[in-house]
Design a protein around this ligand. Structure first.
Ligand code: BF8
Ligand code: SF4
Length: 642
């Protein structure tokens, strides 16, 4: 096995990695190796740096920190702060979208409009705004203002939390974790976890849940819904994924990060006749846009723009030698990008005032001049094309077809038909045992594990066992690259029951529902399934499970926790950094179930993890007294306990 094969199962990634070994550049994998072995204290959650009496490390020699903090409170505080970081990232993105909607409504963001007026009207009604006789701008103003007020709200309950079934809302109220205001929950969690405040790990974890819920049913949900209204709600769309989408004869602009307000404009600018003419004059056959990470997903879902890769592939895109500009906004940007770019002609451009890289060109994005800013970026890329060294261009061939864009609203229509939109066919398929349940397989890629292996292996095992899979973010890109996001995958790889359902409506067995903020769509779909009837009263009754087999980000921890606090059992590939505290580990993997009806599990083997999820679904099916599965498994399955 080559070094590259030990790092990724993706042939395109392997090819570029082999090439990089000849360059004066490191990749995330090299730097990961240089960091081994991991610091045990940090890895187990037993290092505290909260005040300058420390840093403190819990060991046999010292069982408490200088202040007396135990392993339990240190591990819980560290994890809680990861949650706060993740919630802040998703939610600050949402805040900017709300600002953009408001600016647009006042004529201060003239390049934007409302592409989905129906969704805007539905949001206005949900927010209690009378819609009759109102212009789109008036509705956008009301929705933007209400959404913004959710961030600074001090008392009461987040509005979208009321989308959850009544039984779930009761769980949250009883436990005192109903989120009040998005910023408030983040600030309170940070306050509670400073030196000498909350030192009861259960109490810390409850506030962590409240904060996480303010993301899932607040910041992330606002992001998803307002973006849909402004940029258009996704509908199934064909696209391609992997490094092979880069084009040797065109100007390549790779969009990387998370916020689609600018990337949407860059796509627009790439069609500008004047810029296309300039590209020709510079020797290029056009301007080719592709993306990395969640920004890629956002424009893939709405405009069919290709995904060049997931998180672990960002440096590799540059290392093809074919990228004129990598334009970044916020989140998951490796600070190493400029050094990789220096090996080639690639220009990295930062655009957000919140995310700068030293020595890197900065073209600041503003709502007022969005299209002009996008055009400047496209022009910079075109003018950089002649600097490309054709001899150093090595683009791997790999690119795979996919279908993406399955929002909760679209699935409603897809299953029930235009005249009778309904989740009934899905519920019936679950009740009758054609589909065992639904799994959300989401999250990052990481050098901690073999790249893409966890996602692909887990998803194949799940669909083989008649589990419908929904995906977001880098996980979806991993599975897209091997063809799992095509309708054909149903016939070729899914169990018989799932294949029958997919073939009847022409959908893939793995539904791409969007970026990481769009995990909120999965929550909404769960609510819809419950409302349709026959599968219980609460989200925790449903035969559903979540997983993040290759997680690495604080955002993944925030998502994991809000998914669990919403009642969904979730398996992470690598344990959370709390294992140094038996009490916290036990609470997260067991005690939580008493509080919120679901808990975490950790399993590195994706096949075993898939069977833990399957077993969980079987138990929920039993509790609901659903019919036995219609068809026996196609082949012997690995026997794994729950
Ligand atoms: O928010 S899956 S590596 S890109 S954190 Fe980052 Fe993880 Fe990818 Fe999108 Ni989500
Ligand atoms: Fe040490 Fe306590 Fe300060 Fe943490 S808060 S560094 S455990 S003294």
């Amino acid at each position: 096995m080559s070094e590259a094969e030990k790092r990724s199962i993706d042939p395109a990634t392997q090819k570029v990695l082999s090439r990089i070994s000849e360059l004066e550049a490191t990749t995330i994998w090299d730097r990961y190796e240089a960091q081994q072995p991991k610091c045990v204290f940090g890895d187990q959650g037993l290092c505290c740096r909260l005040c300058h009496m420390g840093p403190c490390r819990i060991s046999k020699k010292a069982s408490v920190g200088v202040c007396g903090a135990t392993a339990d409170s240190i591990a819980a505080r560290n994890l809680a702060r990861m949650v706060a970081g993740g919630v802040a990232a998703h939610s600050d993105h949402g805040r900017d979208v709300a600002h953009a909607m408001l600016a647009m409504s006042k004529g201060e963001a003239a390049d934007y409009n409302i592409r989905d007026p129906k969704k805007l009207a539905a949001l206005a009604r949900e927010y209690g705004v009378a819609t009759e006789g109102k212009t789109l701008e008036q509705l956008a103003q009301a929705v933007g203002e209400t959404a913004l007020s959710e961030f600074g709200q001090q008392e009461g309950e987040l509005r979208f939390a009321h989308r959850a079934p009544k039984a779930r809302q009761d769980v949250w109220r009883k436990l005192g974790i109903m989120p009040r205001g998005i910023d408030r929950e983040v600030v309170e969690l940070l306050h509670r976890t400073t030196m000498g405040v909350d030192n009861d790990y259960r109490s810390i974890m409850r506030q962590a849940m409240r904060c996480a819920l303010a993301d899932g049913w607040g910041g992330s949900m606002i992001t998803t819904d307002l973006q849909d209204a402004m940029l258009g709600s996704p509908e199934p769309i064909r696209a391609r994924a992997n490094l092979g989408v880069l084009k040797a004869d065109q100007v390549n602009i790779v969009i990387h990060g998370h916020e689609p307000l600018l990337s949407d404009m860059i796509v627009e600018a790439s069609h500008d006749p004047e810029l296309l003419k300039l590209a020709k004059e510079n020797g290029a056959n056009g301007v080719n846009i592709s993306g990395i990470c969640c920004t890629a997903v956002e424009i893939l879902m709405r405009r069919g723009v290709a995904a060049a890769g997931n998180f672990m592939q960002q440096e590799l895109a540059i290392a093809t030698g074919a990228v004129e500009v990598m334009v970044v906004d916020v989140q998951c940007l490796m600070p190493s990008l400029p050094s990789m770019a220096r090996c080639f002609h690639t220009e990295v451009i930062t655009t957000s005032p919140k995310a700068r890289l030293p020595g890197v060109k900065h073209i600041e994005f503003s709502l007022e001049h969005a299209l002009d800013c996008a055009k400047e970026i496209v022009r910079t890329a075109i003018e950089n094309f002649p600097n490309r060294e054709p001899a150093s261009v090595q683009i791997p061939d790999e690119k795979m077809d996919l279908v993406a864009g399955f929002t909760s609203e679209y699935v409603h229509r897809l299953l029930g038909g235009r005249f009778r939109p309904s989740y009934r066919p899905l519920n019936d398929a679950i009740i009758m045992g054609r589909i065992r349940g639904v799994a959300g397989v989401v999250g990052c890629t990481s050098p901690d594990v073999l790249h893409d292996y966890g996602h692909v292996t887990m998803v194949k095992e799940l669909i083989k066992n008649d589990v419908l899979v929904v995906q977001t973010g880098c996980a979806a890109t991993a599975c897209a690259k091997v063809g799992l996001l095509t309708p054909e995958a149903a016939r070729e790889q899914a169990g018989r029951g799932l294949a029958e359902v997919c073939e009847a409506v022409g959908m893939p067995p793995v539904l791409h529902v969007g970026a990481c903020v769009d995990n909120s769509r999965i929550l909404v779909s769960c609510c819809e399934i419950l409302r349709e009837g026959g599968l219980g009263e609460d989200i925790s009754d449903l035969p559903v499970a979540g997983a993040a087999p290759e997680w690495m980000s604080e955002k993944a921890v925030a998502i994991g926790l809000y998914v669990i606090a919403s009642g969904i059992y979730t398996v992470f590939g690598q344990p959370l950094p709390v294992m140094g505290s038996q009490a916290v580990a036990d609470y997260l993997t067991g005690g939580l179930a008493e509080d919120v009806g679901a808990c975490w599990a950790f399993e590195a083997d994706p096949v075993k993890a898939a069977h833990m999820m399957i077993e969980h679904m079987n138990q929920k099916r039993k509790a609901l007294k659903l019919q036995p599965m219609m068809y026996p498994p196609q082949e012997e399955k690995v026997a794994v306990g729950a």
